[in-house]
Design a protein around this ligand. Structure first.
Ligand code: FES
Length: 281
């Protein structure tokens, strides 16, 4: 069993959770993820790691309540326990001195890009970060990203905070002002990562994206997380989650992410109905 030490609502339906996980925190590196199960028969939920406190053995995860399992996770409080937590999983982000690096976080992609930005800055890179959200109230981890970056730019789709528009508009502005960018890392919705990769390709700026396909075992055995990169099939859980954005077949990924939409919707509706009746949500 794994103990929940703290929970905090960062934005509507977006929560931070601190877990007691001393063994995982000793090993985890930026870009890796964990899989948790709330209860024995529960769904395995892959979640990115937002931060760690190695001394205290605390692992911080941030999640958006988008489906039944994450909604249920969101009902748990400090002192509650989940049945298990596996990790760290996936390949860590390559951290080296590239020069000028642009780190882009969209929505709940920001918690994943945060430890990466921090590590890249510690490796002597100039870190320019762009974070975006649909609206001001959904923007998260601004302070953390400001502390981890040499420059931080903010965008909101509706213009309620920062620049009105998308993270790609800001990236284009940075490119147009003549900044030599050596590396781009983008984490967020697939459409955002696709747009970032499309923008950087003509400039030949190496661009890494962190893919979030549906996962099951997260150990490379089931093949559920397969993605196509450069015409080859890769398993995001063991070969990724980061891949060359210029080679990813984003349209295939979007189609595969939608496979269970109907079932997910039905499961969520049933969950909301039963839990509203008992007052949990
Ligand atoms: S989740 Fe099963 S192979 Fe990746």
């Amino acid at each position: 069993m794994v103990k929940i030490l703290k929970t905090e609502e960062l934005a509507p339906d977006i929560k931070l959770m601190e877990l007691e996980a001393p063994l995982i925190t000793q090993k985890v590196k930026p870009g890796q993820f964990v899989v948790l199960r709330i209860y024995e028969e529960g769904e395995r939920i892959p979640l990115t790691i937002a931060d760690t406190d190695k001394e205290k053995g605390i692992l911080k995860i941030v999640f958006q309540e988008v489906g039944k399992s994450t909604k249920l996770l969101g009902t748990l409080k400090a002192g509650d326990e989940i049945v298990d937590l596996i990790g760290p999983l996936g390949r860590a982000t390559k951290i080296e001195k590239f020069g000028t690096v642009v780190c882009i976080g969209g929505g709940v992609g920001t918690p994943e890009i945060y430890p990466v930005a921090k590590a890249l800055r510690q490796a002597d890179n100039k870190v320019i970060s762009i974070i975006g959200a649909r609206s001001k109230n959904l923007l998260i981890m601004e302070k953390e990203m400001r502390d981890a970056s040499d420059e931080l730019y903010i965008t909101t789709d509706d213009g309620t905070y920062g620049h009105k528009g998308f993270v790609t508009d800001e990236l284009k502005r940075i490119i147009d002002r003549g900044t030599k960018i050596d590396h781009v890392l983008a984490v967020g919705p697939v459409v955002m990562m696709k747009a970032v990769s499309k923008l950087t390709q003509p400039y030949n700026i190496p661009t890494l994206v962190s893919l979030n396909p549906i996962m099951l075992d997260a150990t490379g055995m089931c093949g559920v997380c397969r993605v196509e990169v450069g015409g080859e099939t890769k398993f995001a859980c063991v070969d990724g989650p980061e891949f060359d954005g210029h080679k990813v077949d984003f349209d295939l990924l979007i189609a595969r992410q939608r496979i269970y939409l109907k079932e997910e919707k039905e499961s969520m509706e049933l969950f909301m109905k039963t839990h509203k009746e008992c007052g949990h949500v």
